[in-house]
Design a protein around this ligand. Structure first.
Ligand SMILES: Nc1ncnc2c1ncn2[C@@H]1O[C@H](COP(=O)(O)OP(=O)(O)OP(=O)(O)O)[C@@H](O)[C@H]1O
Ligand SMILES: [Mg+2]
Length: 231
């Protein structure tokens, strides 16, 4: 089954300059995919469109084409409506962590969706154990290393049990120990059958990926260098 599909997606922030130019991408359920590319080529924009963060009030622009999540067009949906299917971890962990303790961070999303206490507790344990952070429940996130903070940010979206997870440069500001922890977390997601899209400069996750694309000037190219702009 196809988990995520972008059909002929083009996007411009200002209505003139195209950041994405006819992107076609299909992620089979359970696949792990890497997209690399130079700074500014549009990788984060693509990820934010795929999970519905763009276009929204704070990040507007002209979007054409379709984004399908398990066959369903997400245009017009609010983020909270799709966050249990597709969710994203951003490059900068500090922008996503705000709670006084790790456990509150991971509890935030299921609490907001009004799950019962027992379910929330189960979700927290499962999410923290997937990322190997179960011993840090009561730690303040700002006392953790950069890599551990990214693991908590990942756990905080895993508590909604999304089937598709987008990781945007999560290892960019992390030391080698943190990178190893993040690689373990990606292996755990893969073992759970999650569909993972990894955006990165550094290529540290590439060995874990089944599919690799490079982005250049708003277009995707596969490993053979063929453009994916036409279906
Ligand atoms: N909110 C915005 N408004 C206008 N232009 C933007 C906005 N965000 C990004 N851009 C521009 O869109 C282009 C693509 O940016 P994007 O952040 O998607 O690239 P990227 O490949 O993720 O880069 P990096 O590797 O540095 O994270 C860049 O030219 C950037 O300046
Ligand atoms: Mg980026």
């Amino acid at each position: 089954m196809t988990a995520l599909e972008l059909q002929d997606v083009s996007f411009s922030y200002d209505g003139k300059h195209k950041i994405l130019d006819g992107i076609n991408l299909r992620l089979p359920e359970g696949s792990v995919t890497a997209i690399s590319g130079k700074s500014g080529c549009g990788k984060s924009t693509l990820a934010m469109i795929a999970c519905g963060v763009i276009p929204k009030a704070v990040l507007q622009g002209k979007l054409t084409g379709r984004v399908l999540v398990f066959g369903e067009d997400i245009s017009g949906k609010e983020i909270y409506e799709t966050a249990d299917k597709i969710s994203m971890v951003f490059q900068d962990p500090e922008s996503q962590l705000f709670a006084p303790a790790v456990v509150d961070e991971v509890a935030f999303a299921p609490e907001n969706l009004c799950f019962d206490g027992e379910t929330i507790a189960e979700r927290i344990d499962a999410a923290l154990s997937t990322v190997g952070m179960q011993d840090f429940k009561d730690y303040p996130p700002n006392k953790l290393s950069g890599g551990q903070q990214q693991l908590v940010a990942l756990a905080s979206i895993l508590s909604l049990e999304p089937k598709i997870i987008l990781l945007d440069e999560v290892a960019a500001q992390v030391d080698s120990q943190g990178v190893a922890l993040l690689q373990d977390a990606v292996r755990a997601l893969k073992a759970q059958g999650k569909t993972v899209l990894i955006i990165e400069h550094g290529r540290v996750f590439e060995p874990l990926c089944d599919r690799k694309y490079e982005m250049r000037e708003g277009r995707l190219y596969n490993a053979e260098g063929d453009s994916c702009e036409k279906r």
